[in-house]
Write a protein that binds this ligand. Structure first.
Ligand SMILES: [Zn+2]
Length: 501
């Protein structure tokens, strides 16, 4: 039996080889006593109003039956078809997590609870830029190994790659509104949804930097989120299709993605905030979170080059962060995180070129706590750390202590993926030059060496290993309480004559 077993109502760790932790003991993280941000409770408020709506319209019975269903484990049949099944979000909880957090893609209240759990317990969740189903699988595999949640995200370029680089050249006019990048992100999201629940860890689905010129991409993603919700709604009510979404949403809806990032940091702050507020108002209606950026992340990523940025712009000021916090907090039911600049740079450079100043985040937390009248030591803002590759572990941990709940990882996993392929090629070079003929004999076939699964798996293994270090750096280890995973038993191969794993 797998270590991860869903039993009615609760995920317990009763399976052989899994210990049941009776108390949550997190490393030696400081107990900050931080209270949740006001924004983080808003999903709950919406929940209350929909109870009222449901009662008014006589729908409380179905709400009850939903609660009953929530207490049931997902059947094996349902689990096999996570995106297609007619059911609510996957059930099952984790010994060390808030009850709303479940295996599979989390959104809405589960997302907020998970990120607040990270903030309160002094860890951050790694967010990896994925460009294929293979990179998604490697990330979730690493998360299961580390007994931790993970964030899967797509950049616009990565999403387009996911759909296929040939897509926009086939009929260029089809990609004027970023159709390929929208289709790729949706394809990746469906893939992640299909496998996340099987691996049994919470997965946050997110998209990365969206600058002003990419807003049509963002609009397309939001439309996909809204449709995903609508499709599920129609599933539940089957023949009784109603257009009255409001009352039903809190009970049945969730967006396709947990959250998206808007990066208008190149625009004047006023415009940045104004556009973020406008989008957050739309996203709040479907419980979708927003990550915004202010200041500039230096370096180069996904074709955006800030290598010549004005050094002053690489460091945000507490007043600016407050301005963003204040405006976004006013959006009803809005949930947001802030990527503030504290000297972070995309890419990996020679040591000494990057001067991280995590205390900027601490100063902002103190400044904002005072402004909004929260007690000393509060961490009202949920920060996001971009450009973390190659950072000093001391700076990373310090940033996490100051309220960073997510760190982006791209450059380091790009290298680890490639390095896995490089190692594989070096190891089997003499077997990879022709279809037939190698050092063992001139008529020996090389099929098992050039089968793409062999080098791709090597890339995945290498990435999983690199990711393990990321989880350690962010203190994101054993936070679910599942214990170590079992060795996969139902995986086919290696077949007769296959490569040793
Ligand atoms: Zn970034």
């Amino acid at each position: 039996m797998a270590a991860f077993t869903v039993v009615p109502g609760r995920l317990t760790a009763k399976s052989p080889g899994v210990s049941v932790p009776h108390q949550v003991a997190f490393f030696d993280a400081p107990t900050s006593g931080a209270s949740a941000s006001p924004a983080s409770t808003r999903f709950l408020q919406l929940g209350a109003s929909s109870v009222a709506l449901a009662a008014l319209s006589g729908r409380s019975r179905s709400r009850h039956s939903r609660a009953a269903r929530r207490a049931q484990p997902a059947s094996l049949e349902e689990k096999r078809f996570p995106v297609l099944s007619r059911r609510d979000a996957p059930v099952g909880t984790f010994p060390k997590m808030p009850e709303s957090v479940h295996p599979g893609v989390v959104s809405g209240k589960a997302l907020v609870d998970l990120l607040n759990h990270a903030k309160e317990n002094g860890y951050a969740i790694p967010a990896v830029n994925c460009v294929s189903s293979s990179s998604i699988n490697a990330c979730i595999e690493a998360a299961r190994k580390m007994d931790a949640p993970i964030m899967i995200q797509f950049s616009a370029g990565g999403a387009q790659f996911y759909a296929g680089k040939g897509l926009d050249t086939w009929r260029p006019q089809d990609n004027t509104e970023f159709h390929a990048a929208i289709a790729g992100a949706v394809a990746g999201a469906y893939h992640a949804r299909a496998v996340a629940e099987q691996y049994g860890v919470p997965v946050i689905l997110h998209t990365d930097h969206c600058a002003k010129n990419l807003l049509p991409w963002f609009d397309g993603l939001l439309e996909a989120d809204e449709r995903f919700w609508a499709v599920r709604f129609i599933y539940v009510y089957n023949s009784k299709v109603s257009r009255d979404h409001e009352g039903y949403f809190e009970r049945h809806g969730e967006p396709l993605f947990s959250s998206h990032m808007l990066d208008l940091s190149e625009e004047p702050l006023e415009e940045n905030v104004e556009i973020c507020v406008k989008y957050l108002e739309r996203m709040a209606k479907i419980n979708c979170g927003l990550e915004m950026e202010l200041g500039i992340t230096g370096g180069e990523e996904d074709g955006v080059n800030n290598e010549d940025a004005n050094p002053e712009d690489l460091y945000s000021k507490p007043e600016e962060i407050y301005q963003v916090y204040d405006a976004l907090s006013k959006v009803p039911n809005g949930f947001f995180t802030i990527a503030a600049a504290f000297g972070n740079v995309h890419g990996v450079y020679q040591p000494g070129n990057v001067k991280l100043e995590p205390t900027i985040l601490d100063k902002a937390q103190k400044f904002i706590s005072e402004k909004i009248g929260e007690p000393e030591g509060s961490k009202p803002v949920s920060f996001v750390f971009h450009g973390g590759s190659g950072s000093d572990i001391k700076d990373i941990r310090e940033a996490v202590d100051y309220g960073v709940i997510k760190m982006n990882i791209d450059t380091d996993t790009q290298w680890s993926y490639w390095n896995g392929i490089r190692d594989f090629e070096a190891k089997y070079r003499d077997y990879l030059q022709t279809q037939i003929g190698n050092p063992d004999g001139k008529d020996k076939p090389n099929k098992k060496y050039y089968d793409p699964r062999a080098c791709i798996r090597s890339a995945e293994d290498s990435t999983v290993k690199r990711m393990e270090q990321c989880f350690e750096d962010l203190r994101c280890v054993n936070v679910l309480g599942l214990g170590p995973p079992d060795t996969p038993k139902n995986v086919m191969g290696p077949r007769r004559g296959g490569l040793p794993s």
